[in-house]
Unconditional design. Structure first.
Length: 410
């Protein structure tokens, strides 16, 4: 089998005909077959599959089945996507983990420490707005009750979706016993940028994840008739929204080089061609190199946004949906991963990323590192995301070398 072959097994799951690319969200129609794929891939490798109370998947390779251990090496990623996302963001890490285990087993390798392959729930936060939902619940970084109260675009709460999926929301919450079984976590991920392509290298490790926050904006104006309301009598939230979008762009573009600001999702209510809207709901994503920079970027953006909204006679309410602090990966673990990769790959840089990952959440509770695989387009969160077959196989070999090094001795 190959990584490309494993990805081909799920290539038709969660395709989005309208947006193209993939839309795979927590407990939607693609979820059960993706979980079934995880289970069959694991069982074919003799791994013990389980789902935890936070809907995360685990596939264990136990040297002594039944023994309780606290030194397991975990690897994996997520299977969900953003709306209209690419084929690699998430699934590449899970498929590569299974392929790395397959290679180690084929080589007759017997781990001294347990190895566990993971697929974490709702990493993108596309349905309920909280990124890395599964790992935040698992580690206690998210409060279970407030997470369960979150609703999706249709108003379905996470609690209701949990019940509808046949799971018990009462059991959702931190799982210190499970985390206590792990010694380290290494996540392989497609690079979401062109750094490796520009360097001409197939793989790297990660140095850091830059911080990022998400806010929901509600701009309220005065709904009215498009034909009978003269221009001097309008409080149009869509016009105010245009000013808000400009504010996000201008502050991000004028701030320190690391700042990024995006509004990629918005709803115009009620949404009639001949109707002046009464409300616009939009979601803002801000990122910069430090937590303080993001907070300062937010303050400056809101200052300009409020001026634009008031100028149009509208009002603005803002709700912080999530904040993910900067993560600097474990130096010692990253150095060990680098040493495991160098015999085959020679130069293995450690590069920062602007994208969040479950490894970032888990870094609060155990040593974590990442391996990036070259993406020739550098595009991500869109159908143009890519990784060459040869680089995908190189990534699996890199992960196999890492697992051999980390799990091969006590
Ligand atoms: O939004 C992110 O950075 C990640 O892909 N969830
Ligand atoms: Mn992503
Ligand atoms: Mn991802």
């Amino acid at each position: 089998m190959t990584v490309a072959g494993r990805l081909a097994e799920i290539a038709d799951l969660g395709r989005d005909a309208e947006r193209s690319g993939y839309s795979r969200h927590l407990f939607d129609a693609s979820d059960p077959p993706l979980r079934a794929w995880f289970g069959s891939s694991a069982e074919a490798l003799g791994l013990l599959v389980e789902e935890d109370d936070d809907a995360n998947l685990w596939a264990w390779w136990m040297p002594q089945p039944g023994a309780v251990r606290h030194d397991a090496i975990a690897t994996g990623s997520h299977l969900d996507s953003v709306p209209g996302g690419g084929a690699f963001d998430g699934p590449l890490g899970v498929a590569s983990a299974f392929e790395a285990v397959a290679q180690l087993r084929a080589d007759g390798f017997v781990p001294v420490r347990p190895i566990v392959v993971c697929a974490f729930a709702e990493e993108e936060g596309s349905r309920f707005g909280l990124p890395c939902l599964g790992t935040r619940l698992l580690t206690g970084a998210a409060d279970a009750a407030s997470a369960l109260a979150r609703a999706d675009a249709a108003g379905v709460t996470l609690e209701q979706a949990w019940r509808d999926s046949g799971r018990d929301p009462e059991r959702v919450g931190p799982d210190p016993e499970r985390l206590g079984r792990l010694a380290a976590f290494v996540e392989l991920h497609v690079e979401q940028g062109r750094d490796l392509e520009d360097r001409g290298l197939p793989v790297s490790t990660a140095s850091a994840i830059i911080p990022h926050g998400r806010w929901r904006l509600t701009i309220t104006g005065e709904g009215n008739h498009a034909g009978t309301t003269t221009m001097d009598l309008r409080a149009d939230p869509v016009v105010a929204f245009a000013g808000a979008v400009q504010a996000v762009r201008e502050v991000a573009a004028s701030r320190m080089p690391g700042a990024r600001g995006t509004i990629g999702k918005a709803q115009i209510i009620p949404g009639g061609t001949n109707v002046i809207a009464s409300r616009v709901i939009a979601w803002m994503d801000l990122r910069a190199f430090t937590d303080d920079d993001v907070r300062e970027q937010y303050a400056l953006t809101l200052q300009r946004m409020r001026a634009a909204v008031q100028a149009e006679g509208c009002t603005l309410d803002v709700h912080e949906e999530s904040f993910s602090a900067r993560v600097d990966f474990d130096d010692e673990l990253t150095a060990r991963v680098t040493a495991a990769l160098q015999p085959e790959f020679g130069q293995v840089p450690a590069i920062p990323t602007g994208a969040g990952h479950d490894a970032g959440i888990l870094s609060a509770v155990l040593p974590t590192a990442m391996i990036f695989v070259r993406n020739p387009t550098g595009v991500s969160h869109a159908p143009g995301e890519d990784a060459r077959d040869g680089d995908c196989e190189a990534g699996a070999r890199a992960l196999a070398a890492t697992l051999r090094m980390l799990a091969g001795s006590a």
